[in-house]
Design a protein around this ligand. Structure first.
Ligand SMILES: Nc1nc2c(ncn2[C@@H]2O[C@H](COP(=O)(O)OP(=O)(O)O)[C@@H](O)[C@H]2O)c(=O)[nH]1
Ligand SMILES: [Mg+2]
Length: 308
C-alpha cells in the first residue's frame, strides 16, 4: 500500500519556487537518501526537467552579473514532481509530490490555489530576501494576498500541517551573524500577520530556513524593469566565482519536511487495531528513529528558526 503526501510551493512570481525545486538534483537525492536510510527516486523525465532548469541557473553564473533575464523562465502551468520513497529492493511505500504553481494564480485563480493548499501536508513559502531587505516590493499587499489563500487553505486543520518559510537569494544576508539576525527580524515583522495566524491555528507547525540556491554571488542593487507591461524592481547580483554553482543549506528544508512527513506517517500507521500490532512487532521503529535522526540533523543548522 502506498501513502501520498503533497508539498505545495506558494509564493508570488520570482520569489524562487522553481529554483528551489530544481535544486533537488541527484546529489541531494543521494544525500537525503543516506540521511533517511531509504531510497528516493524521481521519474527520469521529471529529473531531466529539473536538470534543464539547473543548467540554466548554472549558465547564469558564467557572466560577471546576473539579472532577472538569466536563469529560469516563469512557470505558466502547475508541475508535479512525485518523489517515491522505498526500502531497498521493494516497492515505494510513500510518495511525496512536490507541486509548483505559477505565482499569479494566488491573485488570478485563488480557488485553485486554495484547493491545492487544502490537499497539502506541507506548504513551502519562498521569500525573496533581497526584495524584502531592500523594501522594493509592496510587502503589505504580498502578505495580504498570501494570507487570503492560506487562511482557507489551512482549513480544515484536523491533520497536522507544516508551513515552511524559505528565504531565498540570501547570499548577502548569511555572511555574518548580524546580517542574518537583521534578515530574520525583517521577515518576522513583514510576515507577522501570517505567523500570528499560524500560531493561533491548531495543528499547524512552522519554521524559517534560509537558503542560497546559487551561492557564489552577491547582491549589487535593484533595477526597475518592465515585465508583462508592469514595472517591477529586480535584483542584480555580481558573480563572485564564475561557473561555480554552489548551493548552500539547500538540504535543510528537504530534511525538515521529510522528517515532518515521516512523523505523520508514523502516527497514522500506529493508529487502530492494525497499528497496535505494527507497533508491537517494531515494524514502525525505523520511521520513528529516522524522524528523530532527521530532526536532530536539522537542529545543527543555526539559521533554522522554529515558529510553532
Ligand atoms: N542569487 C540567487 N538567485 C536566486 C535564488 N533563487 C532564485 N534566484 C533567482 O531568481 C529567479 C527567479 O526564480 P524562480 O525560481 O523562477 O521564481 P518563481 O517564479 O517563484 O518560480 C531565478 O531565475 C534565479 O535567477 C537564490 O537563492 N540566489
Ligand atoms: Mg516558477
Amino acid at each position: 500500500m502506498q501513502t501520498f503526501f503533497n508539498v505545495t510551493m506558494l509564493a508570488a512570481s520570482g520569489e524562487g519556487k522553481t529554483t528551489f525545486l530544481s535544486s533537488m538534483d541527484e546529489n541531494i537525492r543521494n544525500d537525503l537518501s543516506s540521511s533517511i536510510g531509504l531510497n528516493l527516486s524521481l521519474n527520469p523525465e521529471l529529473a531531466a526537467k529539473l536538470d534543464q532548469n539547473r543548467a540554466k541557473l548554472k549558465a547564469s553564473l558564467s557572466k560577471g552579473t546576473i539579472t532577472c533575464f538569466d536563469g529560469i523562465e516563469s512557470t505558466d502551468d502547475a508541475s508535479s514532481y512525485p518523489l517515491e520513497i522505498s526500502h531497498k529492493d521493494s516497492d515505494p511505500f510513500l510518495v511525496v509530490s512536490f507541486r509548483d504553481i505559477p505565482g499569479n494564480w494566488i491573485t488570478d485563480d485563488a480557488a485553485k490555489v486554495i484547493s491545492y493548499l487544502q490537499s497539502s501536508s506541507v506548504i513551502v513559502i519562498p521569500v525573496d530576501a533581497s526584495a524584502i531587505m531592500n523594501d522594493v516590493i509592496d510587502h503589505q499587499t504580498n502578505v495580504e494576498n498570501l494570507l487570503s489563500v492560506l487562511k482557507p487553505g489551512l482549513e480544515p486543520s484536523t491533520e497536522p500541517r507544516l508551513v515552511l518559510f524559505i528565504p531565498t537569494k540570501c547570499e548577502t544576508y548569511l555572511a555574518s551573524e548580524a546580517a542574518s539576525s537583521r534578515l530574520m527580524a525583517k521577515i518576522r515583522s513583514v510576515y507577522k500577520v501570517i505567523f500570528d495566524h499560524i500560531i493561533w491555528t491548531s495543528n499547524v507547525k512552522s519554521a524559517i530556513i534560509p537558503i542560497q540556491t546559487l551561492g557564489n554571488c552577491s547582491l549589487m542593487y535593484h533595477k526597475k524593469v518592465k515585465i508583462n507591461n508592469e514595472e517591477v524592481w529586480k535584483p542584480i547580483f555580481s558573480v563572485t566565482q564564475r561557473h561555480e554553482y554552489n548551493p548552500q543549506a539547500i538540504e535543510y528544508p528537504y530534511l525538515y519536511l521529510l522528517s515532518f512527513i515521516l512523523e505523520q506517517h508514523y502516527v497514522n500507521r500506529k493508529k487502530g487495531f492494525m497499528g497496535f500490532f505494527r507497533n508491537l512487532f517494531r515494524e514502525l521503529n525505523y520511521l520513528k528513529l529516522t524522524n528523530e535522526r532527521l530532526n536532530s540533523q536539522c537542529q545543527t543548522y543555526q539559521q533554522l528558526k522554529v515558529i510553532s
